[in-house]
Design a binder for this molecule. Sequence first.
Ligand code: GLP
Length: 280
Amino acid sequence: MMRIRVFDTPLGLARACARDIARALSARPGLVLGLPTGRTPIPLYRALARLHEAGRVDFSRATTFNLDEFLGLVAGDPRSYRAFMQRHLFNHVNLSPRRIHFLNGTARDVDKECRAYERAIDRAGGIDLQILGLGLNGHIGFNEPARALIARTHRTRLKPGTRRANAALFGHRLGAVPREAISMGMATILHARRVVLLATGVTKARRVERMIRGPVTPRLPASFLQLHRNVDVWIDRPAASNLELSYPTFSSSFSRASTSSPIASRTKSWARRRRNSDWG
Ligand code: GLP
């Protein structure tokens, strides 16, 4: 069952999610978190850093597993997802380095690395709370649309659109974006006790609608979340805009004004800014 929550702004969404994580951590200090990269979670990580600075969240006993990493990049490479997490979250909170888990993009034996990651997740007792972003093509982690999906952590080939979406990390040089990555598999993700998927911006609106209401299909990997018992989908108004159009009753919790022209044009300029912005 998917619980949908629509927020007025990406910042409101990020702050609510940070508070939610803080609550989960205070209820269970040894929480095992699954974490995403991407532009979407950046405001969440900033909000978590602020909460930590204010003494309102404690990560000292938490464990983290990130979803994915590019193949061929060492952890210290500033373009790696590991470095991204360091910049945006790990440098700003009190996570113990030995409880931070990342796939090694330069592992000699990638299959062995994948198996070891699965074992490490098991040893930690499984993932309690998996935060996800949504790829422009409906991927989660790096589980790309395909005829069939892979259950467990695996090596994967990136679609051209996914490489383009990640080009900002590589100085906008598409040629520099790795063609392969390592990612948690669909079962790894679906076995988390709770999943919170975050999506913001009008560019995600169609995928969000199909993820929630469309058929469960490997052509849209995020649609498999419909099979999970405990999923929250937290989106902003632009990302919810297709739901509103197709499912008027669903939209009763937010105002009709969200499809009127002032907001629509604001949405467009926001989408433009977002395209131009860097992953930082
Ligand atoms: C990358 C990551 C995904 C992430 C997606 C969305 O491809 N591998 O885990 O969810 O980007 O990114 P964004 O939030 O920038 O739209």
